[in-house]
Write a protein that binds this ligand. Structure first.
Ligand SMILES: [Cu+2]
Length: 147
């Protein structure tokens, strides 16, 4: 019982923190529907997905991402070429004024290399997103099992 209660509190705090981060950034950028894919045992690579919304009147660019679970996170894009799914580093993502960009499987994603630990669906992953308008957005993402 005690254990279950503790877990609920932990989840609540995580949600609260995530909401507060969004409120903090509400003037320009909000991040929604984010998650990190659980890593496959034996692999030290995974990816993060989310919707980035720019609520300002100027384009804003996501330039860098950091996390405590990895020192190497790159901004990537999947695309079909010659009937093959390929992945390339795009370096940054520009979100036009008053619009959003969706990072999702088979599209744009944050590629997380050299994981310091295996990531399971019990983890919550902290990421910091660095934008061109000198805004840093700290988010806490749940982990979803690899499908
Ligand atoms: Cu990738």
């Amino acid at each position: 019982m005690r254990n279950i209660h503790y877990r609920k509190v932990a989840i609540f705090c995580t949600l609260l923190f995530a909401m507060m981060s969004n409120v903090y950034a509400a003037s320009t950028i909000s991040v929604n529907d984010g998650y990190v894919k659980a890593s496959i045992p034996g692999s030290d690579v995974t990816a993060a997905y989310m919707t980035l919304r720019n609520t300002s009147n100027k384009a804003i660019t996501l330039q860098k991402v950091s996390s405590t679970v990895s020192d190497r996170i790159e901004i990537h894009e999947h695309s079909m070429s010659d009937g093959m799914m390929r992945m390339r580093e795009v370096g940054e993502i520009t979100i036009k004024a008053n619009s959003e960009v969706v990072l999702q499987p088979s599209g744009l994603h944050l590629m997380i290399f050299s994981l310091k630990q295996q990531i399971t669906d019990k983890d919550v992953i902290a990421l910091t997103l660095y934008f061109s308008n000198d805004t840093e957005v700290k988010i806490q993402l749940p982990v979803l099992k690899y499908k």
